[in-house]
Design a protein around this ligand. Structure first.
Ligand code: PLP
Ligand code: ZN
Length: 417
């Protein structure tokens, strides 16, 4: 028996059946999967998930699949919460943690959404997907598509598609098409190709399943902090699927009685060169103006105007949260610092969230006793182009000299958290 009951429009409330693939509502807005939460509350205690395998599928009652429906999985999710034991206390944040999504298959949290989306597509007989992407979405959908036996086209801008994303899409058998144009062109052209050829377009919040994968990050936060959510969650925001998904997760968890009413303040973190959500928060508007002339090295947040911007803004405001823009030099400096001092090689997206936490601590918006979680959405290893190195080469008939290295820097003693 499944607790998944129907799809519901986030704007007009109209309900839709679950037996076919749907993109958006007839009114054009995003759909959410809905569940029989009262029944879960009556039948499923939260302790029942704690002995299950450490993947995002441990929350299966709150995922859009029947009990015997097979899913495509590579063990995604249930990623660790890593304390920043040096950097946190040094910045006045003794309870600063990174949720390290870089441990997911493909090295990026997009695996969560792709696992659910691909599984659902296969279950509903959809087997040709076209995925326009500027970040790492293509990598994940290509990999899960390969595992499910689906045909995947990935379209990305030729100008700033990261090399790793291009390569791993090719390796996992996706058809990769490079677009010579803007990201607006990318989405317009992909949509048109999908319509003309009968392929299914995969765009954030324009199908209801990716968000069901990403919301599991919210379930994990609750469980990993002993069913009491942290005080602040910082998230690198592009299309906002993760933020919207986590907010949905918290509502579902409260409705099934697994958590109380406490919510974290949600912080959308964007790059100074592309910060439409941060700007909308500052201006108090309900939707974003499209960002003109985006310019940043952080691919995951390169979205000029998120399709479901109004849902992102609604969640942030309801949570009492805010938005922070971090410029690229500060992001890169933090990426290096976390690698040096914590051994954590995070993505620039992840570094951005830590930099933002420190900024909010300095301004007083985060207090010294707050439990703070910064999301690292991908491993730094997906971004080798950001690292420049000049390494000594020693010839085979020479000796390696070890005394020319600079002295290791003195380290502060980590406070216990
Ligand atoms: C896609 C992506 C993001 C943004 O995620 P959304 O949930 O769409 O806002 C952040 N970081 C990385 C590494 C990404 O690939
Ligand atoms: Zn609607």
């Amino acid at each position: 028996m499944s607790y998944y009951t129907h799809l519901e429009c986030t704007a007009c409330g109209r309900t839709h059946p679950t037996d076919r693939w749907l993109g958006v509502c007839t009114c054009g807005r995003s759909l959410f999967a809905r569940y029989d939460l009262a029944r879960i509350r009556a039948e499923v205690p939260r302790e029942s998930v704690t002995h299950r395998s450490p993947t995002m599928w441990r929350y299966r009652e709150l995922m859009p699949f029947g009990r015997d429906e097979s899913v495509v999985t590579m063990g995604e999710g249930y990623t660790p919460i890593v304390p920043l034991a040096l950097v946190g206390p040094a910045c006045g944040l003794p309870r600063l943690f990174v949720k390290d999504e870089g441990r997911n298959p493909t090295g990026v949290f997009k695996a969560r959404g792709a696992a659910v989306g691909v599984s659902k597509a296969r279950a509903l007989g959809i087997n040709r997907l076209i995925v326009p992407t500027v970040g790492s979405g293509g990598s994940a959908w290509a990999a899960y598509g390969a595992r499910a036996g689906l045909e995947i086209v990935v379209t990305m801008p030729v100008s700033d598609a990261p090399m790793i994303a291009r390569k791993d899409c090719v390796v996992t058998g996706a058809h990769v098409v490079l677009i010579d144009g803007t990201t607006t062109d990318l989405f317009r052209m992909s949509q048109r190709a999908a319509e003309r050829n009968g392929w299914t377009p995969i765009v954030a919040l324009q199908e209801p399943f990716r968000v069901e994968g990403k919301k599991t990050m919210g379930f994990e936060l609750a469980e990993q902090f002993g069913w009491e959510l942290p005080d602040v969650v910082l998230y690198p925001t592009g299309g906002g699927v993760g933020l919207i998904g986590m907010w949905k997760a918290f509502e579902e968890l409260e409705a099934v009685g697994w958590i109380g009413s406490k919510r974290p303040r949600l912080v959308a973190v964007q790059a100074a060169g592309c910060a439409p959500i941060v700007r909308a928060i500052r201006n108090g508007t309900e939707a974003c103006e499209p960002w003109e002339g985006m310019n940043t090295i952080v691919p995951g947040v390169k979205v000029a105007k998120a399709f479901a911007d109004w849902l992102i803004l609604k969640a942030i405001r309801a949570s009492g949260g805010t938005g922070v823009a971090v410029d690229d030099p500060e992001t890169l400096a933090m990426q290096h610092r976390l690698a040096l001092e914590e051994g954590l090689y995070v993505s620039p997206e992840g570094a951005m969230t830590v930099a933002a936490a420190i900024r909010l601590r300095e301004s007083g918006a985060i207090g010294p006793h707050d439990t703070v979680v910064a999301f690292n959405t991908a491993t730094g290893m997906r971004y080798p182009h950001l690292v420049r190195d000049e390494l000594p080469i020693v010839h085979a008939d020479e000796e390696i000299v070890l005394d020319g290295f600079p002295k290791p820097r003195a380290r502060v003693t980590p406070a216990t958290t």
